[in-house]
Ligand binder design. Sequence first.
Ligand code: TXA
Ligand code: MG
Length: 317
Amino acid sequence: MADIGKDIALAKQILEQGKVVAIPTETVYGLAANALDEQAVASIFAIKERPSFDPLIVHVTSLDTIKKYSLNIPEKIQALIEHFSPGPITYLLPKKEIIPNIVTSGLDTVGLRIPAHPTTIALLEQLDFPLAAPSANPFGYISPTTPEHVNEQLGRKIDYILDGGQSTIGIESTIVGIDDNDEIVIHRLGGISIEAIEKVVGKIALNINHASNPKAPGQLLQHYAPKKPFLVGNIAELIEKNQHKKIGVLSFGNIDYKNIELNLNLSTNSDLTEAACNLFTYMRQLDQAAIDVIITDFVPNIDLGKAINDRITRAKY
Ligand code: TXA
Ligand code: MG
């Protein structure tokens, strides 16, 4: 298993050797390596068993470092950076030559993000390169929000997990880009809601959910998936239909269910921020529990609820 610790200097040392380290962020844990080192980046893909057509996000510390790796920043993206970064949002920008093609899967844009996590910002500030980091889970499985989650699945393949506690947002960053008319397009729903983005830049377009979409090759429909059957719909009806099985429920709000083995409630007082924070941890717990099926329903489709429902849809069996 990997060591879990708070030693930023050790993480720095391992990264400088061209190896990978799991790092904390406010969204989920990342599997990080030197973004400017093709070999190091290749080992991320190998460890994650991730297809090479799925590009990585590059983590930086400031607007200045975003400028260092992108050719230009459209006005509306600049406005979003000023509003939301550091934070759970990634910008697709035309990349400079210095970013290797392996990072972007050959695309001419690079995803850049300033994470809002003091440990990882401190680490980045001591490095003279940015960090490419996908979520630190095997490809297709639920993203990790604690060091222990990372260790369970990738611990045998990496040396060190930098401990930054539980991720406070709990759901991946929102990915935004720009279209041919200089309008903002959202490529992945995440920690910053559509509503919040529209308050800054006006009406936006959505471009998600397409497995064949070349702008977001990683947005495969089957993603974030537990191994157990994950049924989505009216919870009471689904419990009724599966009465002969051992049932685990992923619930939301102040409702009680009968005749089930386990009920994990995302937020008893229907708080979507709390629900996002608990989502992946509870999906994991249900996946590991002594039950046959997981039953859940969509949450209200507003604010962070849209990102939660997106992950539920992708986890659906
Ligand atoms: O919150 C997050 O974004 C986390 C933390 C670790 O920062 N990272 C994360 O990375 O979720 P990952 O690799 O699991 O998902 C990143 C997604 C990819 O699936 C890909 O679709 C998209 O970002 N992406 C990255 N670069 C892209 C690009 N140049 N064009 C289109 N999509 C891109
Ligand atoms: Mg991921």
